[in-house]
Write a protein that binds this ligand. Structure first.
Ligand code: PMP
Ligand code: GLN
Length: 379
């Protein structure tokens, strides 16, 4: 028998629920992806790049024009100078960007603090790299960060802390105060920060995205990870990037160079061309806030109770008034008996904490949200 490097890891909950959705012909509000079309113009930009011959290996760090565009964008949005040559690397997706950051910094036995509920790739990523996961539960039901517990969890072995804002699965958005506390802890204990900001533009209720890039002392110790899939409604493209100061990026690129080496050339060229259409990302907050609110209004007629989300594709709902079943059993019953796939929140905790909450993805067409509500009204 092969000795597994990840003996305790099963199949991702997103795969499990999407497969169940197909099997039961259910509406899928589980896995996070838009079911509406992406921009035809962006598709044409990529097609044009292919026809123009942009089909060979890209520069290992990413097509230069795309990195320049990203540097300009970061400067516009966050008033920070990022060197496109030394501080940005294009990656095959946000997940890979995060994995590479862990691979760059973790030595066997290093402890990494994460917050739960946590996006499902972090724990296997840390474990695979020989790190030790130190999970801290966000405070239920508002999912705020308990900073006193973070301070108490720091040991001599703590190497890094991972944050995710806007947060998947809860939709919670970190505040300026959170970033200041985070910076203080990172600097005091000489930690690294991995900041998962893939939902940077999906932010609601007039909140501002607090990126680690905006805090110079914090950024000096950070790997900040993004995904074009979320920004341009093309999760299947699996293209993202990491922004880090040059000294950290130098090590990061050693890992990247002999893993992916480089990413899809025509998509990089196409996105670089399309990026001048700033409204495509500046309007995302409004677009997704409307969807969040529409789903809320539809589900106001059910016993499900939303736990407010201020960002991302997701809002979580308590089903405490409906059933005492575990969230996994409830989610299975929803897909089999009611034709709707959701994600049970316990999947995002190592110890399967069950607060009777499910995560719904509202990045869907109006018809899909209405059809989903018709299923949930019967529960
Ligand atoms: N982090 C979070 C919190 C996500 O929700 C996602 C989307 N699946 C990713 C990272 C990864 O993005 P990508 O699909 O570009 O790998
Ligand atoms: N980010 C998506 C979610 O949270 C799914 C990504 C995946 O399937 N790996 O639902």
């Amino acid at each position: 028998m092969m000795q597994s490097k990840l003996p305790n890891i099963g199949t991702s909950i997103f795969t499990v629920m999407s497969q169940l959705a197909v099997k039961h012909n259910a509406i899928n509000l589980g896995q996070g992806f838009p079911d509406f079309p992406m921009s035809e113009t962006l598709i044409n930009c990529v097609a044009n790049a292919m026809h123009a011959g942009g089909n060979q290996y890209a520069h290992t760090n990413g097509v230069p024009i795309l990195r320049e565009r990203l540097s300009e964008k970061i400067n516009n949005l966050y008033q920070t100078d990022i060197n496109p040559e030394s501080e940005i690397t294009i990656t095959p997706g946000g997940t890979y960007a995060i994995f590479t950051a862990f691979s760059t910094i973790i030595h066997p036995g290093d402890e990494v603090i994460i917050f739960e509920p946590a996006y499902d790739s972090y724990i296997p990523n840390i474990t695979f790299n020989g790190g030790v996961v130190v999970p801290i539960a966000l405070e239920f039901p508002n999912y705020t960060i308990p900073w006193d517990k973070v301070n108490a969890a720091i040991t001599k072995k703590t190497k890094a802390i991972l944050v995710n804002t806007p947060h998947n699965p809860t939709g919670v958005v970190m505040t300026k105060e959170d970033l200041i506390k985070l910076q203080d802890i990172v600097l005091t204990h000489h930690l690294y920060l991995i900041s998962d900001e893939v939902y940077e533009h999906l932010i609601f209720d007039n909140k501002q995205h607090e990126t680690a890039i905006k805090y110079p002392d914090l950024f000096a110790r950070s790997f900040v990870c993004f995904s074009f899939g979320k920004t341009y409604h093309c999760t299947g493209w699996k293209l993202g990037y990491c922004v880090a100061p040059a000294a950290l990026m130098k090590e990061y690129r050693k890992v990247h160079q002999f893993n992916a080496f480089s990413c899809d050339t025509p998509k990089q060229l196409g996105i670089a061309e399309y990026m001048n259409k700033k409204e495509s990302y500046l309007t995302l907050g409004t677009l997704f806030q409307e969807k969040r609110d529409y789903l809320r209004s539809l589900l106001a007629h059910t016993k499900l109770k939303y736990i407010p989300s201020s960002g991302s594709y997701f809002e979580s709902y308590s089903y405490q008034a409906v059933s005492e079943e575990s969230d996994k059993v409830f989610a299975e019953r929803l897909v089999k008996d009611f034709g709707i796939a959701v994600i049970p929140m316990s999947a995002f905790y190592q110890n399967a904490t069950d607060h009777k909450v499910i995560r719904l993805c509202f990045a869907k067409k109006t018809e899909t949200l209405e059809a989903a509500a018709n299923c949930l009204i019967k529960v």
